[in-house]
Design a protein around this ligand. Structure first.
Ligand code: IVH
Length: 675
């Protein structure tokens, strides 16, 4: 292709991707599938890599990240990043209004009210309309340069349009939306990883990750609420907000100019309940003097501007009663106390239980059975017991004792983590630990044995068919056909029929082709989540290299810290874990870095039709792998088709046609062996 054509193609892809980004963020609309979007993005990235002369500091490809920041350099803010004074009542607002009028010697003041977004403050600079640098608030005077990560925020422009200011600094709030937070935690749950605690902490932790492609996956958003301009062009804050939106920033349209403090109070009241319907966490309102000259005259105290104040809503709090405290054992053996409550409605949902986390929390609350407690669901999505109402406590309530024995197997518990967490160490025989480990092993991002549910696993464990994940691969049809087990506490009985048995066995068999990183993740080693597993497998290539690696060799791997290294060396020093790995190896599982994602010419000119549903890959993934290895994908069968890859529920008409045309039918596993 000639260079002009390539340049045009790159520009065309950039425009198209920007168009889809904008549509998605402005109108939550997708007019192409994620797959088609990814194809366009991948094409752009590979063209930019191949032709660096056409690279651009404003390409939307920067939004998928890929840059690593080893150390976040610190820079001085041009103007200190202050915080805001807080108010909690209409009286406080009246006092603020009086103070402003007195200082400015004015009778009436215009304000702008905005929502107070609960995220992470950012300062972002542009030079000649191009993104230059993004800093955290830091200590207010100096912030960390997190440019690589901030560049991945899809709603933040890398290039400004129609802007006349040669240098510009904007400030705003980066956040993770509530719906996106739930999605991220759903993924975490599927991976059996520790959940993120709340959207704000997730946003701030994400912006400090070293690998910006990981940041991009967190789908952070950003609202801009202030413009620092030296041009004197703007007379009011309202004009600044309108201008910011015009030049490409994401300024929510919830702000309002108020002619006096009474209108401010109305705005505050109006949003108290309405804010819960927004997809962004808000903990209050920010009230700003509208006139910029007035703002300058009022100036700042050492901590906060005199021209602005925050009105903070109280987190919704309810009183309820502790009916019982039970203990739950997790897959790692950690024992968690959970309070069972009189059901109570908070911020739109009924809460029946709340985790009491560990010994420290029980000590902090000094909680006792039958206590009345205050329970809150504020910024935190997860309900939290904030305090005990001691006045309502009868003298007869005894101090609550943390169990000393495992609620499941009765072994003595050991206390670790600075006396905070009790562990059951009977990992080989304690049933919730055994089932927890197996449930983790079969979860979607590990071996994805989706035809086995938690009840079936518990049934298999009760009947002593399985004790470890490796036993799954020894199960025979005759071991499980007509097997009966309890489905729930109400003694409902289930019996396994032929179809379920076959589904379970083929789902187990299919899992053997899962990549090494899924398998390593599935072992459930503490602190080894999916991403860490991928980093380890791509560095060490096979399990023996990981087992034999010293602590020092492990910490040398990019982004692998001491905690992970300690956990790995301790895991592999336990004989039972090595036995488990040997048994899994004997079952034919894949303990080698998988090379199938690399390009090859192995399928050159072969035509494939993919039909049915698959457990290891989506149909799109399979089609992508065919193309990556030089093959062609066709939607319909013809005499030119070389192979049909068949999955579950392949259409009967296709099957008949394939037989008629004498086309070779292969399974997902056969295909993987081919490449
Ligand atoms: S104006 C002096 N406007 O609240 C700071 N701040 O407590 C002037 N925040 O760190 C900031 N939403 O990150 C402003 N609409 C809004 C805001 C907002 C959230 C955050 C901001 C700051 C904190 C101040």
């Amino acid at each position: 292709m000639n260079k002009d054509l390539i340049k045009n193609k790159i520009e065309e892809l950039r425009k198209e991707i920007e168009f889809h980004n904008k549509l998605y963020y402005d109108e939550s609309k997708n007019i192409i599938s994620d797959y088609e979007y990814d194809l366009k993005m991948n094409e752009l990235i590979s063209l930019e890599k191949k032709y660096p002369e056409f690279s651009s500091k404003t390409s939307p490809s920067l939004k998928v990240g890929g840059k690593i920041t080893k150390e976040f350099n610190s820079f001085k803010h041009d103007e200190q990043m202050l915080s805001l004074g807080n108010t909690y009542s209409n009286e406080d607002l009246n006092d603020f209004d009086k103070r402003i009028k007195k200082l400015l010697k004015k009778e009436s003041i215009e304000y702008v009210c905005e929502l107070k977004y609960d995220g992470v403050a950012l300062s972002i600079k542009y030079e000649n309309n191009i993104f230059k640098r993004a800093l955290t608030r830091g200590d207010g005077k100096y912030g960390d340069d997190i440019s690589n990560n901030v560049q991945t925020i899809k709603t933040l422009p890398l290039k400004l349009k129609n802007n006349q200011e040669s240098e510009l600094e904007v400030r705003g709030e980066a956040f993770i939306s509530k719906s996106n937070f739930e999605l991220l935690n759903k993924e975490k749950k599927e991976n059996n990883e520790q959940l993120f605690s709340n959207p704000r902490n997730t946003a701030s932790g994400s912006l400090k990750l070293q690998d910006s492609s990981e940041v991009s996956k967190r789908r952070i958003n950003c609202y801009i609420y202030s413009l620092k301009s030296n041009s004197g062009l703007f007379k009011t804050h309202e004009e600044c907000l309108i201008y910011l939106r015009k030049i490409g920033f994401n300024v929510p349209n919830t702000f309002k100019k108020c002619n006096n403090i009474e209108e401010v109070k109305e705005y505050v009241k109006d949003w108290e309940l309405k804010r819960h319907d927004l997809d962004v966490e808000t903990d209050g309102i920010v009230i700003k003097v509208n006139n910029i000259d007035d703002q300058n005259r009022l100036g700042n105290t050492s901590k906060s501007p005199r021209w602005a104040i925050a009105y903070k809503y109280k987190a919704e709090s309810k009183v309820t009663k502790i009916n019982n405290i039970i203990f739950q054992v997790g897959r790692t053996g950690a024992v968690t106390p959970v309070a069972l409550l009189d059901p109570v409605l908070i911020s739109g949902s009924v809460v029946k239980r709340a985790s009491l986390h560990n010994h420290n929390e029980i000590k902090r609350l000094d909680i006792r059975l039958n206590d009345y407690v205050n329970i809150e669901k504020g910024g935190e999505i997860i309900p939290k017991i904030t305090s005990v109402i001691k006045e309502k406590r009868a003298n007869s309530y005894n101090k609550f004792e943390f169990t000393k024995i495992c609620p499941s197997c009765g072994s003595n518990l050991e206390i670790e983590n600075n006396q905070a967490v009790s562990y059951c160490k009977n990992d080989l025989r304690c049933k919730p630990q055994i089932s927890g480990r197996i449930e983790h092993f079969i979860s979607k991002n590990a071996m994805n044995i989706d035809k086995l549910g938690p009840e079936t696993i518990k049934g298999f464990i009760d009947k002593e068919i399985i004790k470890t994940p490796a036993d799954l691969y020894k199960i025979q049809y005759n071991d499980i056909i007509n097997l009966e087990f309890k489905l729930d506490e109400k003694d409902k009985i289930r019996s396994l029929k032929e179809k379920s048995c076959n589904n379970i066995l083929s789902s187990i068999s299919r899992s053997k082709s899962k990549p090494f990183s899924n398998l390593l993740f599935g072992l459930g080693i503490r602190y080894v989540g999916k991403t860490t597993a991928e980093k380890l497998t791509s560095h060490f290539k096979n399990i023996d290299n990981i087992i034999n690696a010293s602590y020092e060799e492990i910490v040398e791997v990019d982004e692998i810290g001491e905690k992970i290294a300690e956990s790995l060396t301790s895991f592999f020093s336990i004989e039972n874990n090595i036995t488990l790995i040997n048994n899994l190896k004997a079952a034919g599982l894949n303990f080698q870095e998988n090379k199938i994602d690399k390009k090859s010419n192995k399928l050159n000119d072969l035509v494939f039709v993919v039909s049915g549903t698959f457990s290891s890959f989506s149909r799109e993934e399979l089609e992508e792998k065919i193309k990556l290895n030089g093959g062609k994908v066709s939607k319909s069968l013809s005499s030119k088709t070389n192979f049909v890859i068949f999955g579950d529920n392949m259409g009967p008409k296709k099957r008949i046609k394939a037989v008629e045309l004498n086309i070779k039918m292969i399974s997902e596993n056969d295909f993987i062996s081919m490449i």
